[in-house]
Design a protein around this ligand. Structure first.
Ligand SMILES: CC/C=C\C/C=C\C/C=C\C/C=C\C/C=C\C/C=C/CCC(=O)SCCNC(=O)CCNC(=O)[C@H](O)C(C)(C)COP(=O)(O)OP(=O)(O)OC[C@H]1O[C@@H](n2cnc3c(N)ncnc32)[C@H](O)[C@@H]1OP(=O)(O)O
Ligand SMILES: CCCCCCCC/C=C\CCCCCCCC(=O)OC[C@@H](O)COP(=O)(O)O
Length: 377
C-alpha cells in the first residue's frame, strides 16, 4: 500500500476533509447571507457573486471525487453536441439510482464550467441540510414538496425567476422523483401497468408533471434537454463514504442533446414524450448491461485544477486557526478544555455523518411507496 493510499484510509484524514468542508461551508453560507442587501441594489451582481460562492462549496465535493478518490468520468455523446455543453442553458433528465449521482452530475458541471450556477428540482427536505441546502437558497434552487397541489404554483413561480438568470445553467430533473429501490420499482411498475404503459427494467415510472411545468416555464431561455443516463463500471455501487475512503470508481454518462423545440407543448403529449424517453433510457441501460458500454463515441472531458486549488485555499483558511487552537488547548493542559474539544469534534463528526446519511439509499424516503394508488393489485 502506497503512502497516499494509506492516508486515504485514515479516519483523521477524512475528518480533516470533512472539517474543512463544514467550517468553510458555514463561513461561505455566512458570506452569502451578507449578500442579501445587494439583491435590492443589483440582483444580477448578487446572483453572479453567489454562483462563485456556491462554486467554492460544491467544488470541494467534486475535488473529493476527482482528486481524492481519483474517480474517472467518461462521457458518451456525439461530437457536435459536445461543442455546445456549457455554452447554453439546458434541462438535464437523469436516472436516479446511485447515492453519488448528484456528485457525478456536479463533476460534469465543473468540467463544462457551469458548476456554480447549476440548478435542480429538489425535494424540500434538502433545503434544511446545512451548507448545501442553505447555499441552494441563494442559488434560487427550485424546491418541491412532491405534493402537486402545493407544487404546481410554487414550482412554476421559482422557474419563472430563472428566466433572466445571468449565467448559463443546467437544470437537473430526476423525473423518477426518488431513488430506485426494488420495492419502489415493483410499485411503480404496477402503476405503469394500470396506465397501460410498457414496463421499465432499470427505471421507476417517471413523474411527468414536473417535467412539463419545467419545459413550459423555461421555454425560450433553455435550448435543449440533455437526456442523461448514468452507470458505473463493474456493477459497482458507489457511496459518498467510499469516496471519502479514497475508493476509485468509473462513471459512464450517456448524453443525448434534444432541442427543446422537439418537446411537445401540450401536457398529455409532453407526458407521452417523457414516457417514451424513459423507455429509450431503459434500452440504453440494457445495452450497457449487455456490452459494458453505452452506444456511440466516448470522450473523457479532462478534470480541471480549480476544484483542487479551491480546496487547498479553504484548507489554509480554516486549518491554520484550528492548528493554533489545538496548540493552545494542549499547552493549557486543562482536562476540561481538552474534554470540551473532544466533545466538539465528536459533534462535528456526528453532524457530517448525518449529512452523508442524506445521500444513502437505505435511508431514503417513503415517496413512491406510500403514495401508490390502491386500485391496482
Ligand atoms: C453533458 C453533461 C450532462 C449532464 C450532466 C448531469 C447532471 C448535472 C446537472 C445538474 C446538476 C445540478 C445539481 C446537482 C446537485 C444536487 C442534486 C440533488 C438531488 C436532489 C434531487 C431530488 O430531490 S429528487 C426529488 C425531487 N424531485 C422530483 O420529484 C422531480 C420529479 N417529480 C415531479 O416532477 C413531480 O411531478 C412533482 C414533484 C412535481 C409532483 O409530484 P407529486 O407526487 O405530487 O405528483 P405527480 O403528479 O408527479 O404524482 C401523481 C402521478 O404519479 C402517478 N403515481 C402514483 N404513484 C406512482 C408511483 N409509485 N410511481 C409512478 N407514478 C406514480 C399517479 O398515478 C399520478 O399520475 P398522473 O397520471 O395523474 O400524473
Ligand atoms: C469535501 C467532501 C466532504 C464530505 C462531506 C460531505 C457531507 C455531505 C454533504 C451534503 C449532503 C447533502 C447532499 C444533498 C444531495 C443529495 C441528493 C439526493 O440524492 O437526494 C435524494 C433525493 O433526490 C430523493 O430522495 P429519496 O430517494 O426520495 O429519499
Amino acid at each position: 500500500m502506497g503512502l497516499l493510499q494509506f492516508l486515504k484510509s485514515q479516519f483523521w484524514c477524512q475528518l480533516i476533509i470533512c472539517y474543512v468542508f463544514l467550517v468553510s461551508g458555514l463561513l461561505i453560507n455566512l458570506i452569502q447571507l451578507c449578500t442579501l442587501p445587494l439583491w435590492l441594489v443589483s440582483k444580477q451582481l448578487a446572483r453572479r457573486i453567489n454562483t462563485r460562492l456556491a462554486y467554492c462549496i460544491a467544488s470541494q465535493m467534486v475535488a473529493a471525487l476527482e482528486w481524492w478518490s481519483g474517480t474517472e468520468c467518461s462521457l458518451y455523446t456525439d461530437p457536435e453536441s459536445y461543442q455546445l455543453y456549457g455554452k447554453e442553458n439546458a434541462i438535464v433528465v437523469l436516472n436516479h439510482a446511485f447515492e453519488i449521482d448528484f456528485l457525478c452530475g456536479w463533476t460534469f458541471c465543473e468540467r463544462f464550467g457551469v458548476l456554480g450556477s447549476s440548478k435542480v428540482l429538489a425535494k424540500k427536505e434538502l433545503a434544511y441540510v446545512p451548507v448545501i441546502g442553505w447555499m441552494w437558497y441563494f442559488l434560487e434552487i427550485v424546491f418541491c414538496k412532491r405534493k402537486w397541489e402545493e407544487d404546481r404554483t410554487t414550482v412554476a413561480q421559482s422557474l419563472q425567476r430563472l428566466r433572466d438568470y445571468p449565467e448559463n445553467y443546467w437544470f437537473l430533473l430526476h423525473c423518477e422523483g426518488t431513488r430506485f429501490t426494488q420495492k419502489k420499482h415493483e410499485i411503480s411498475m404496477k402503476v405503469a401497468e394500470s396506465k397501460g404503459l410498457p414496463q421499465l427494467k432499470y427505471h421507476l415510472l417517471p413523474r411527468t408533471k414536473g417535467f412539463h411545468v419545467t419545459v413550459q416555464n423555461l421555454r425560450g431561455c433553455v435550448a435543449a434537454v440533455y437526456d442523461s443516463t448514468l452507470n458505473f463500471r463493474n456493477n459497482e455501487v458507489p457511496t459518498l463514504l467510499g469516496i471519502l475512503n479514497g475508493k476509485k470508481y468509473h462513471a459512464d454518462l450517456y448524453v443525448r442533446r434534444i432541442p427543446l423545440e422537439s418537446v411537445p407543448e401540450d401536457e398529455a403529449e409532453c407526458a407521452a414524450w417523457l414516457h417514451k424517453l424513459y423507455q429509450e433510457k431503459d434500452s440504453f441501460q440494457e445495452h450497457y448491461t449487455q456490452t459494458g458500454r453505452f452506444p456511440g463515441p466516448v470522450v473523457s472531458p479532462p478534470r480541471r485544477p480549480w476544484s483542487l486549488i479551491n480546496w487547498l485555499f479553504w484548507s489554509c483558511v480554516v486549518l491554520y486557526p484550528l492548528g493554533l487552537l489545538l496548540a493552545q488547548l494542549l499547552s493549557s493542559g486543562s482536562t476540561l478544555t481538552i474534554g470540551g474539544a473532544v466533545v466538539v469534534c465528536s459533534a462535528v463528526s456526528m453532524g457530517i455523518r448525518w449529512m452523508i446519511g442524506q445521500t444513502e439509499i437505505d435511508k431514503s424516503s417513503n415517496y413512491g411507496i406510500k403514495a401508490a394508488p390502491l386500485n391496482n393489485n
